[in-house]
Design a protein around this ligand. Structure first.
Ligand code: M6R
Length: 606
């Protein structure tokens, strides 16, 4: 939702914070600000806009200092205005606070503080924090005690940090449910919402857990639990990602870079250790009921897996959108709930897992971000190893999740004797051919996809249609179009056409149909029948198919013909094509590709 960072130790902290906060911009980017420790005061600079703009507008780099904190915001409470931008100061301007999360009892706290004479400048929940710190410090003259008192009053979720002129060499921070890490450099220490906040400077991190706070200085750090008041020993986690993979590397956008990284992402997903997946397979195997959960793209990944588990392992494993999981409440002590999440911090998916745990279910997750809340809370985490996905639009992470879930289904099929070893080997061989096929397609077809995307950039309504396992691919591809190009796109099963949607087909409705290889005869013919239904009503159809030798200009208005591939990888290849189609539509419409309006990379609020 929002990104927070802080650093203490170097002389040019404004610069360091600039890099950190820019690397976190994908978490939120409607406004940003910094608080810098000065000899006589705390300097707060903030404004509406992206990090680059605000740094320039506010001339932040001219302030050299040894300590500071910074925040990039995705508005939840209060409009996007300068006043609502973090950091927030106490009345005496001695405390500056940044925060990610939601303080759910802020109204009560604010009313009480206002009655006591505290003045508020913003509509945010966060602003109560500096005033509480100030209030308790006036009574105790003890920063740490005031912090603990404040934390124990806050309800809701937070990763927060503050600096205070009373202790100008320390950063204080704390966490409950929103992610928070420390970065441990030799001569500089960091705090951050995730590794990207300090990955340019150190690969050593300390993961702060719920109800913990830390006091960080140039030379060290202390971590304590604010409920028990006990000091906590924290291990150092070594970050595997390098800072270069977090950069754009010559691509105009992270989205394009991440689409082009997919051959490598698939290789990594294929390299995830057998023993890790065997454990997951065992948990599925011995559980009476299994549910898959995810939200947005990861819900569609879960739906995809639903089809794959049925087809390859003969096991029905329903997919439930994380945000609906609590209402449906399908888990009990005989269940296993398998979550899918790139960030590992998504509020809805975390809530679903917590609910499942509270019912006694076992849990697992396919997750990309090491050390994330989801990866740590489940019984069986599987790290997908896709490297940082910076663009708000998920591409490579989703593909890797699909590969891992397919591998899991294959193993389960083998274990439950639904697949022979020979069939298993054949499927694995097909999966292993995927990186080269994607690589070739990206190189050879992107020009053509660019052309048709540009040609159809002004289409107002797209229908994305698929049958069977191609249906979740249609849904996911439509989501890509909506979120990056802001173009209405509706994913649906082909079978729905004659149950209502055909009524609106006319020359202004454009459809993309995901057609299976013709070796999948029944599915193939049924899909073509849907194409006929649309064409009979003068609807436009872009067919994505594998019939290299059978061009069909009479049937399709436009064809995107792919070389024949084994059925198990066919939908994945079509998904990559649809990612590029959405990307080029967005660039033709001059959209803000990596940071689409109103979205954030990890949605840590409900
Ligand atoms: O980090 P997660 O995978 O848990 O995120 C889930 C969704 O918020 C995410 O997939 C979202 O739908 C993306 N914008 C899709 O591109």
């Amino acid at each position: 939702m929002c990104g927070i960072t802080g650093a203490v130790g170097l002389k040019d902290i404004s610069n360091v914070l600039f890099d950190g906060i820019r690397n976190l911009e994908y978490r939120g980017y409607d406004s940003c600000g910094v608080a810098l420790m000065n000899r006589n005061s705390i300097i707060v600079k903030k404004n509406v806009g992206g990090v680059g703009d605000v740094y320039q507008k506010e001339n932040i780099l001219r302030h050299s200092t040894h300590l500071g904190i910074a925040h990039t915001r995705w508005a939840t409470h209060g409009q996007v205005t300068r006043n609502n931008t973090h950091p927030f100061l106490s009345c005496d301007k001695k405390f500056a606070v940044i925060h990610n999360g939601i303080i759910s009892n802020y109204r009560d706290l604010k009313t009480r503080l206002q009655k006591e004479g505290h003045r508020f400048d913003s509509d945010t929940d966060t602003e109560v924090i500096p005033h509480l710190l100030e209030k308790f410090y006036q009574k105790t003259s003890d920063i740490e005690a005031s912090f603990v008192q404040t934390l124990n009053l806050l309800e809701g979720t937070f990763a927060l940090a503050f600096i205070t002129h009373h202790q100008p060499d320390q950063i204080y921070c704390a966490k409950r449910e929103s992610p928070l890490l420390l970065g441990i450099g030799d001569e500089v220490k960091f705090i951050g919402s995730d590794f990207n906040a300090f990955i340019d400077h150190t690969k050593n991190a300390v993961i702060i857990d719920d109800d913990e706070y830390a006091i960080v200085s140039k030379d060290g750090y202390t971590v304590k639990n604010f409920v028990t008041n006990q000091e906590v020993e924290k291990p150092i986690t070594r970050i595997e990602w390098d800072s270069e993979t977090s950069k754009k590397g010559g691509y105009p956008h992270y989205m394009l870079k991440e689409i082009y990284e997919q051959p490598q992402t698939v290789v990594k997903a294929l390299e995830v250790e057998e023993k890790t997946l065997n454990r997951l397979v065992d948990m599925i195997h011995k559980s009476k009921s299994v549910q898959l959960v995810g939200v947005g793209t990861t819900y569609y990944v879960a739906m995809y897996a639903n089809y794959i588990f049925s087809a390859l392992a003969g096991r029905y494993i329903p997919a439930i959108s994380s945000d609906e999981f609590v209402s449906l409440s399908p888990a009990d002590k005989n269940s296993f709930v398998l979550a899918v999440s790139q960030s590992g911090e998504t509020y809805d998916t975390l809530s679903a897992l917590k609910h499942a745990k509270s019912k006694g279910a076992k849990t697992g997750a396919i997750v990309n971000v090491m050390g994330s809340s989801i990866s740590r809370m489940v019984d069986c985490p599987v790290l997908q190893g896709s490297g940082p996905e910076i663009c708000v639009i998920s591409t490579k992470a989703a593909l890797a999740q699909m590969i891992l879930l397919t591998r899991t289904a294959l193993k389960l099929g083998l274990k439950d004797k639904k697949l022979t070893q020979k069939a298993y080997n054949g499927f694995m061989k097909s999966l292993k051919s995927l990186p080269d096929i994607i690589e070739a397609l990206l190189n050879e077809r992107s020009g053509f996809i660019h052309r048709i995307a540009h040609q159809h950039r002004n289409v107002k309504n797209w229908l994305y249609l698929g049958r069977g396992v191609y249906y979740p691919i249609a849904l996911e591809s439509a989501l890509k179009m909506k979120e990056v190009a802001y173009v209405h796109a509706e994913g649906m099963p082909c079978g729905f056409l004659k149950h209502g949607t055909l009524a609106m087909i006319d020359p202004d409705i454009y459809s993309i149909v995901f057609i299976p290889p013709n070796s999948e005869k029944v599915l193939y013919q049924a899909t073509l029948a849907s194409v006929e239904e649309i064409r009979a009503r003068s609807g436009f159809v872009l067919g994505i198919h594998f019939d290299e030798r059978n061009r069909n200009p009479d049937l399709f208005s436009e064809e995107l013909i792919l070389p024949p591939v084994p059925p198990v990888i066919a939908p994945l290849i079509q998904m990559v094509i649809a990612q590029l189609f959405a990307y080029f539509t967005a660039t033709s419409l001059k959209r803000n590709v990596d940071k689409p309006r109103s979205l954030a990379k990890s949605v840590t609020v409900g």
